[in-house]
Each structure stands twice: as C-alpha cells, then as structure tokens.
Write a protein that binds this ligand. Structure first.
Ligand code: ATR
Length: 283
C-alpha cells in the first residue's frame, strides 16, 4: 500500500461527534483525492504538544474546534487578518513549514445564508444574539462583506460582553450602526434578520430553550440559528410558527468545511454532496 499523499485532521475535545471527517472524506471521494482526514481528541493541556505534532507530522491542514479556537492563536506561526480580527482559528494550513491560522466560520454562515435565497443584507437591520466566539466571526463577516447592513444590534445575557464586542469592532462598522441592547429596547417591526449564535437550544443542558421571547418573531423576519443539533431548535420552530423564514445551522457547518477544503486544494468541493452526508450522519 502506498503512503497517503496529504493528511488532514480536526482537533477538539470532545471530538467523537464531529462531522468534519464525514464532510471532508466525502469531498475526497468525489474527486478521488489521495488524502486522508482524521479526528483527534486533544485535551486543553495538550494543545501545545499537539500543534508541535502537526508540524512534525507535516499535517497539511487541520480544523480546530471547541475548546481550542482561541487558545491555538499564540501557538501558530501566522494568522490571516480575519483570524486576527476575530481572535479565533478554525482552519490551519501548513505552508512552507509554517502553520497559518484562519477562520472560515463567519464566511461559512454568510455562504449558507446566501444559499438559502435570503434577502441581500444591504440596508438590513440585524439582531445578533450572543457575544462569544461564533458571534465575533459572524459580526466580522457582516461588517466586512460588500452589502453593508444599516444596523446591527447585539443582545447578550452578559451585556458588558456585548458592549465590549461592539467597541472591539467599531473601527469596522463604517456606516453601520453597531450597538449592544436588550430585546425590549427593539421594535420587532423594524428588524429584518435575527441570528442566534448562542448555545441556547443545543442538544444537552440547553435543549428546548429559546434565546429570545418567541412572541418577538414576525412573519417578515429571517431567522437563522447556528445550532445544527437538533436541526429544528425551539428558536426555529417558534419562528416558523409565526411564519418567519428559518435557516438552520447545518449549512454554516458544511460551508466552513467547504471553505477550508478550497483553501487546501484550490478547488471548490461538492457542497451538495457534503450537505447530504452531513444530513445523513445527523439522523
Ligand atoms: P462560542 O465560541 O461557541 O460562541 P462562547 O464564546 O462560550 O462560545 O459563547 C457562548 C455564547 O452563548 C455567549 O454569548 C453566552 O452568553 P454569555 O456571554 O452571557 O455567557 C451564550 N450563552 C451560553 N449559555 C447561555 C444561556 N444559558 N443563556 C443565554 N446565553 C447563553
């Protein structure tokens, strides 16, 4: 048996349920690529050794997931501008012996949003629920893509964190109004897009919970959840009940992987195939 030409992997903790191997292997199979994609559980205390291992083993690319997306930054040789701005890395590429960190999460959300036939974000008023790492990635993308939003309101359980996030990204806002607020300071009629970036509604302790009062939803809202397990969160089902357009988190997951693939192989992967295997794996 000949050696595999290029090796890739995902690291995180826990990692057993990661869909990344399934997504990437489906793309390799579709293109008959001589590549391998594995998953490795890496404890937080072992991250520096794991990163040294990536270099030593010439791993061509690596995806990074919870809880390492921020902790890995100082361990890499360089970062793209967006990874530096977001303060998180989900994709590492080995280039000339140097490990370069990037983040495709925000762009992954945007591709999936556009794929859904969603309205252009130009002039839209967006409510972003959450102020953690996922919120940072999506906010960076919202502020740097070409269709400038009119307003972006950040709502977070810890309001100070939302205020800090607004302050950190103020230099990217240009004409967009960016502010931290509470739901009762907003009029539902003036909102176009609502995005949940919190873990509320996810399988586990927070399953069945909704990050905002469901009676806020209106039929004209475009409601997006980055949670993909379960596919139908209470946030989305309550929005749907009020005839809002809903958008689940699986597309973001698939596109963040597709963007990593494109970075590594220089060609667009078969996103439909990746989406199909991800759906299948979740059943
Ligand atoms: P990630 O990198 O996945 O975004 P994170 O940085 O830990 O993870 O952020 C999690 C987000 O979900 C935060 O906005 C968090 O709110 P706080 O900043 O107030 O902690 C939000 N979140 C988590 N559990 C929540 C809960 N039970 N109710 C409301 N918000 C919650």
């Amino acid at each position: 048996m000949s050696a595999i030409e290029r090796m890739f992997m995902v690291i995180g903790d826990p990692i057993a349920h990661s869909l990344s191997p399934v997504l990437h292997r489906a793309a390799y199979a579709a293109f008959s690529l001589d590549a391998w994609y594995g998953a490795s559980r890496v404890r937080a205390c072992d991250l520096p050794d794991a990163v040294r291992g990536l270099r030593a083993l010439s791993i061509a690319g690596c995806n990074v997931t919870i809880p390492h997306k921020e902790a890995i930054l100082p361990l890499l040789d360089d970062l793209t501008d967006r990874a530096r701005a977001v303060g998180a890395v989900n994709t590492v590429t080995l280039r000339d012996g140097r490990l370069i960190g990037d983040t495709t999460d925000g762009e992954g959300w945007l591709r999936s949003y556009r794929d859904e036939g969603a309205p252009s974000l130009a002039g839209q008023t967006v409510v972003l629920l959450g102020a953690g790492g996922a919120a940072r990635s999506i906010l960076y993308t919202l502020l740097t893509q070409d269709a400038a939003c009119a307003r972006i309101f950040i709502i977070n359980r810890d309001r100070v964190r939302a205020e800090r996030l607004c302050a950190a990204f103020a230099h990217l806002a240009h004409g967009t109004v960016l502010a931290a607020c509470a739901l009762d300071e907003l009029r539902a009629s003036e909102i176009d897009v609502i995005i949940n970036t919190t873990s509320v509604g996810m399988e586990g302790e927070l399953a069945g919970a909704c990050p905002i009062a469901p009676d806020f939803f209106r039929a004209h809202h475009f409601v997006s959840d980055i949670v993909y397990r379960p596919a139908q969160t209470v946030f989305l089902s309550e929005a749907k009940r009020r005839r809002a357009h809903t958008h689940g988190g699986l597309g973001m997951l698939v596109y963040q992987g597709a963007l990593a693939f494109e970075m590594w192989f220089g060609v667009k992967p078969p996103v439909d195939r990746m989406m199909a295997v991800a759906r299948e794996a979740l059943q």
